[in-house]
Design a protein around this ligand. Structure first.
Ligand code: MN
Length: 202
């Protein structure tokens, strides 16, 4: 499902683990179609075109993100970011919340799940321009929320990415127009906390 190594020198477009309309009404099939089928596909095609001669052929996506610069970094970063983003969702669920050790870690770090959501949403809403809000774990397993501009990923700062919200306009504009905070607030219904917990326990 999540490709980390190139096959015959090429990265492939992620296969979504749900139907195109599975995230409605939080993310419409229309938005998902453009976001996954057009935007992400373009990053994949651009990276595959840029890899030959870059010195990064045959490396994992993560290693490319850690070592590349310029256009190769931007396209590889966007692939890694979107692969983590698209695989963390599920059909909308009321009262959706984490459980187990991840929930305990969130409470320990941020006070409560409600406090965490407020801090995270603020990070997403106040990120100027295009980028990503992330929940990550540091080397000791502590949770951190960061804002990453453009195509950056927390692994470049030694963090392990767990959950993310894409605040590029292409992620929400067809459904929410300029209302980025409304889009971020709705995303809580479709976060698959089992996936996020599995990343935390890795
Ligand atoms: Mn995006």
């Amino acid at each position: 499902m999540k490709q980390t190594m190139p096959i015959d020198g090429k990265f492939e477009l992620l296969t979504l683990p749900y139907a195109p309309d599975a995230l409605e009404p939080v993310i419409s099939a229309n938005t998902l179609g453009f976001h996954h089928g057009k935007h992400l596909l373009t990053y994949v095609n651009n990276l595959n075109a840029a890899l030959p001669g870059s010195g990064l052929e045959g490396k994992s996506l993560e290693d490319i993100v850690l070592q590349a610069t310029g256009g190769v970094l931007n396209n590889a970063g966007q692939i890694l970011n979107h692969n983590l983003y698209f695989t963390q969702f599920m059909a909308p669920k009321a009262d959706n919340a984490p459980s187990g050790r991840l929930a305990e870690a969130i409470n320990a770090e941020f006070g409560s799940f409600e406090d965490f959501k407020e801090i995270f949403a603020k990070a997403g809403a106040t990120l100027f321009g295009s980028g990503w809000a992330w929940l990550s774990a540091d080397a000791e397993g502590n949770l951190v929320i960061t804002q990453e501009p453009n195509a950056s990923n927390p692994i470049r700062n030694g963090l392990r990415p767990l959950m993310t919200m894409d605040v590029w306009e292409h992620a929400y504009y067809l459904d929410y127009q300029n209302r980025r905070p409304d889009h971020l607030a709705a995303l809580w219904q479709i976060i698959n906390w089992d996936v996020v917990a599995a990343r935390y326990e890795e």
